[in-house]
Design a protein around this ligand. Structure first.
Ligand code: ADP
Length: 229
């Protein structure tokens, strides 16, 4: 197995004048290929801060983030954007779909940004939407979809670029139990089929318990978590 994501002694503080808020404190993590990892923590413990740093959207105050062997600190801002588009997929709690665009247009967007032709981008978007069982909803806008369908579109959008790692922030956070279960099954299926690693930040202990590994984030560090299976 190879490392998809490696965090070495990552620390992050926010400064408000002279006041320092230390959020991450010498955090270490290694995520292997094809791994499904859950990170659980209370509100305000630094989960979003961690996801932003692991997703190359923000930089740590100190420490290193290495994704697929690349130390991301060596990249310029422009290179980081290209790197994100190539290697990382994001799934947010509130899907963040573009409301004026259809499902297929939303999913095609990361490929268009990459410079792929509209025809090819649409074909790839349709293919991945078929994998999340939404072939019958290609031209629906987010407002015309159910919560679970919107989240499946968001998952398709995260996966359409075939990233090696997907970072998900409460992917089942606003869904009912049955829909959350469907989303979990889909994540597991896609993980097995496409060998995508998932790092899922969640409050949902039921979802977390189904992942390959569970960690808790507390006091700025990640620790192994015991969950009854
Ligand atoms: P979580 O996602 O676990 O709820 P966050 O990562 O959003 O937590 O925030 C962790 C802590 O860092 C919180 O106490 C929050 O108030 C603080 N924080 C987050 N962003 C900033 C910022 N830009 N400036 C100052 N403090 C911040």
């Amino acid at each position: 197995m190879s490392n998809r994501l490696l965090c070495k002694a990552v620390s992050k503080s926010y400064f408000n004048g002279k006041h320092e808020t230390k959020v991450l404190n010498n955090l270490n993590l290694s995520v292997d290929s094809s791994e499904l990892l859950a990170i659980v923590g209370s509100s305000g413990c630094g989960k979003s801060t961690f996801l932003h740093i692991a997703g190359v959207l923000d930089s740590p105050s100190s420490g290193e983030v290495i994704i697929n062997g690349v130390n991301v600190h060596t990249l310029t801002d422009k290179e980081r954007a290209t790197f994100r588009n190539k290697h990382i997929g994001f799934i947010y709690q509130f899907h963040h779909l573009m409301m004026e665009f259809s499902a297929v247009e939303n999913v095609a967007m990361p490929l268009l940004i990459r410079g792929i032709s509209p025809k090819q981008a649409k074909k790839s978007a349709e293919d991945i939407l078929a994998q999340v069982n939404l072939s019958h909803r290609l031209h629906h806008r987010p407002s015309e979809l159910s919560g679970g369908e919107r989240q499946r579109v968001a998952i398709a959008r995260a996966l359409v670029t075939n990233p090696s790692i997907v970072l998900a922030d409460e992917p089942t956070g606003n869904l009912d139990f049955d829909t959350a279960e469907q989303i979990y099954k889909l994540i597991r299926e896609l993980n097995e089929k496409l060998e995508t690693s998932f790092v899922i930040v969640t409050h949902d202990l039921v979802l977390a318990s189904k992942m390959d590994r569970q960690l808790t984030l507390a006091h700025g560090q990640l620790k192994e978590m015991e969950i009854a299976q």
